[in-house]
Design a protein around this ligand. Structure first.
Ligand SMILES: Cc1cc2nc3c(=O)[nH]c(=O)nc-3n(C[C@H](O)[C@H](O)[C@H](O)COP(=O)(O)OP(=O)(O)OC[C@H]3O[C@@H](n4cnc5c(N)ncnc54)[C@H](O)[C@@H]3O)c2cc1C
Length: 411
């Protein structure tokens, strides 16, 4: 046991890291807390970035915490500083500035870096953007004001949010994705059609089953892209949504067990005592489906932060939340609850598609494992979402198909 004030180090000041710092301060008033980020900002809301991109809100509304908030709680926020190494034997982290910070307990809440476009021509062209940070968003907003055409590339949330931003700002927008439809690992072709119809209503040209083969720059900026199917698509700017690579490279050489993310138990502790992981980077044990997985959602990261912070200060809390993701999707909403994986052979699914509001359709898909609801996707009306979250949480057995079908219309 430490004979000094306990020293906590947190890598990453996203919602997981900042929530953990806040929880630590509440649970251990005398401890030292250092929280590191390579970004220049205190916690801001990544979920609000799409609305900032669209021009619906300003930068102020994106910020959640300021430096004063940290000072008031004696939480040492160290910005523009990257942790480059962790030594679990000596219990010390090293920064890119060569400083060392010892810890009694460490939290890794480092999220992921956006994957970049790696095709011929992309490296030589400006105006190709990832969309993960506040700085990314500011740069894209600036460039949108000087562009007429835009390409959103990818089949997941970030690509549609880019697409939405481009279309709302009246750029001529093309949405290109490799898969046969959007969110191919969660919805099916019926849901994909519902999404396409919404995007088309906003003037977006949607192309599936094709990839960027090459970027053809002119004077250092993209003029158009050539696809593997031979299309030539004009784009003054390109927004990339090709997923994240989780930030674990600074753990090289440590005994911390890694898989897709950082493996943690139900208490969010890694295989190395005193080292925890939380948020997007944590591969946690999900008791609803009985296995480990990662989850890139705001609520999940915040809930992880609370649990990890309490456990670092000596608690024994177990993470058993149902992760949920809600987001605006053009003029409707999308909600994903729990484990909604169409590529998971252990899960059975049923769906319903029906007319909705504003000329859109509602689409609901439910995922079951051993007659228990484990996942939900809802496009359009969110009615019934809270009740469905409860059904997932309670692990209620739904023995008959009539009971399962009834959930498709639950309001
Ligand atoms: C544009 C966008 C829209 C989104 N919309 C939604 C939504 O509608 N609903 C939803 O539920 N979720 C949404 N998400 C996902 C959600 O924002 C994330 O799941 C959540 O923010 C993850 O929080 P985190 O604390 O785990 O990691 P992050 O927020 O990624 O924070 C990690 C921080 O650690 C820093 N870092 C990494 N490595 C180091 C290092 N070695 N040293 C120092 N600092 C380091 C990173 O730079 C970053 O600042 C969205 C994400 C984006 C990008």
């Amino acid at each position: 046991m430490a004979t000094h004030e306990k020293r906590y180090v947190i890598i990453g000041n996203g919602v997981a890291g900042t929530t953990a710092a806040e929880t630590l301060r509440k649970n251990d008033p005398n401890c030292q807390i250092h929280i590191f980020t390579n970004e220049p900002y205190p916690l801001y809301n990544r979920v609000s970035l799409p609305r900032f991109l669209q021009g619906v809100i300003g930068e102020q509304k994106v910020m959640i915490r300021d430096f004063a908030w940290h000072e008031q709680r004696t939480i040492q926020l160290v910005t523009e500083t990257l942790i480059t190494a962790v030594n679990t034997e000596e219990r010390v982290v090293t920064t890119n500035k060569g400083e060392h910070f010892p810890y009694d307990a460490l939290l890794i809440a480092s999220g992921g870096w956006a994957n970049s476009l790696r095709v011929p021509g992309a490296q030589d062209a400006h105006h190709i953007y990832n969309f993960v940070t506040l700085d990314d968003t500011k740069t894209i907003v600036e460039q949108m004001q000087q562009s007429r055409t835009a390409l959103a590339y990818g089949g997941s949330f970030i690509a549609y949010e880019l697409c939405d931003g481009f279309a709302v700002r009246k750029l001529h927008t093309t949405w290109l994705m490799r898969g046969p439809y959007w969110l191919r690992n969660t919805i099916d072709s019926e849901g994909g059609e519902v999404i396409d119809n919404i995007a088309k209503k906003f003037g977006v040209e949607v192309i599936h089953g094709d990839e960027i083969a090459e970027v053809i720059p002119k004077n250092g900026v993209p003029a158009y892209v050539r696809t593997t199917q031979g299309r030539e698509l004009q784009a003054d700017m390109i927004g990339i949504g090709l997923g994240l690579t989780l930030n674990t490279s600074f753990l090289a050489g440590t005994p911390i067990a890694l898989h897709t993310g950082i493996l943690v138990n139900e208490r969010l502790e890694t295989n190395v005592q005193g080292v925890y992981a939380a948020g997007d980077v944590a591969e946690f044990f999900d008791i609803a489906i009985g296995r480990h997985h990662t989850m890139g959602t705001w609520d999940n990261a915040m809930a992880h932060g609370k649990i990890a912070g309490a456990n670092m200060a000596g608690g024994q809390l177990i993470y058993d939340d149902v992760p949920t993701y809600t987001s605006p999707l053009f003029d409707v909403n999308i909600a994903v609850v729990g484990t909604a994986e169409s590529n998971n052979p252990e899960l059975q699914s049923i769906f319903r598609r029906e007319p909705g509001e504003k000329g859109n359709e509602n689409y609901r898909r439910l995922f079951f494992r051993e007659n228990k609801l484990v996942g939900v996707v809802m496009v359009g009306s969110p009615k019934g979402r809270k009740k469905l979250v409860e059904v997932v949480k309670n692990q209620q057995t739904l023995a008959t198909s009539a009971e399962r079908e009834a959930l498709l219309t639950l309001k």
